[in-house]
Design a protein around this ligand. Sequence first.
Ligand code: URA
Length: 244
Amino acid sequence: MSPVSEQQRRYLDAMGIDVWVRRDLVLPESESQAESVVAEVPEPATPVQAPDEGLPDVSELDWEALRQRVASCQLCELHQGRTRTVFGVGNEQARWLIIGEAPGVDEDRQGEPFVGRAGKLLNAMLQAVGLSREQVYIANILKCRPPNNRDPRPEEAACCFPYLRRQIELIQPDLIIAVGRIAAQRLLDCNTPLNRLRGSVHHLESTGTPVIVTYHPAYLLRSPADKRKAWEDLLFAHSLTTGE
Ligand code: URA
């Protein structure tokens, strides 16, 4: 069992994860560090991303121009039902870029990703590895809410991908964390089940950025027994970016 600091224990409590540790293994705050998960790295999924034919070139845009382009986007039919576009939020020099699926009803209203119940759990998951929401960047595969929260369609994801890719180019994160099957499969352009994508380092075809995969917080709200696995995924991510 790995040593767990008091601070991490508080956050794990917030995530609803029970951690059983021998008293003698609990380290003082300053000495504690998340233990790396030893990852056996299997073959990466073969990434094949949609070509951009017919899509506007946003590869030269700066943050403000990109933001404006997204706000006025009408490339797919989702623009008809949106209240607001959900561009993304966080530190534009973040080391971790978290990518979810698509805005839900709360995000569509507020124009910010992961602000509902799933977002609160995502915040707790980040805090469990010592990161605040403000330290990372958070975005979605889609910038507009699909009706009735249906899955993003491949053509919608393809229309939106140049925006996300430009964000990735601007941020230049050390690591992308894909939360949930949809984000993972769209980013890696594969149909591999989430469980087989977890625990490995994949790479984004277009930028070469390392990608790891974990559960979507909305799934974890329904299946809290898997929170421990999500915690392991975040420790794995932590070990990749800190070398610890
Ligand atoms: N689920 C997502 O995938 N993204 C959000 O922004 C909110 C919920």
